[in-house]
Ligand binder design. Sequence first.
Ligand SMILES: NC(=O)c1ccc[n+]([C@@H]2O[C@H](COP(=O)([O-])OP(=O)(O)OC[C@H]3O[C@@H](n4cnc5c(N)ncnc54)[C@H](O)[C@@H]3O)[C@@H](O)[C@H]2O)c1
Length: 120
Amino acid sequence: MELFCTYSSLRGGEMKVLVTGGCGFIGCNTALSLNQKGHDVAIMDNLSRAGATRNKEYLQEAGEFEFAEIDVRDAQKVENLIKDNAYDALIHLAAQVAVTTSVHDPRTDFEINAWELSIF
Ligand SMILES: NC(=O)c1ccc[n+]([C@@H]2O[C@H](COP(=O)([O-])OP(=O)(O)OC[C@H]3O[C@@H](n4cnc5c(N)ncnc54)[C@H](O)[C@@H]3O)[C@@H](O)[C@H]2O)c1
């Protein structure tokens, strides 16, 4: 699996790509764009962000996506998902991006944005 790849390297051909945070703003546009280029796109998202469920529904109407409702901090589930699927590439966009949340709950912010990277 290609962990660090440029978006342009995914342009040609068919790849099986896992997009974490695929129901977020950047993630759902990335997932849709890759799907429209003929790639096989799987999404992992815990739907915690406001609007994520709406984005999931939008994607389901726009194309075919595998979807796994998993929190990136759940190392066992993440590991199982990756072991069970031969992804060619991973695009990691799951994140806690709200500044106010990071101020009120810095520990959770760190766990999602920094600690979970060790899982990958
Ligand atoms: N929006 C921008 O303009 C922009 C610009 C540059 C970089 N980025 C980066 O792109 C990434 C995504 O940003 P965005 O604007 O799409 O944010 P977003 O909040 O719209 O999307 C994040 C997604 O991650 C999911 N998520 C959050 N915590 C999770 C967890 N613990 N487990 C699984 N899923 C979880 C949310 O449900 C959401 O769907 C971030 O790293 C951000 O810093 C964004």
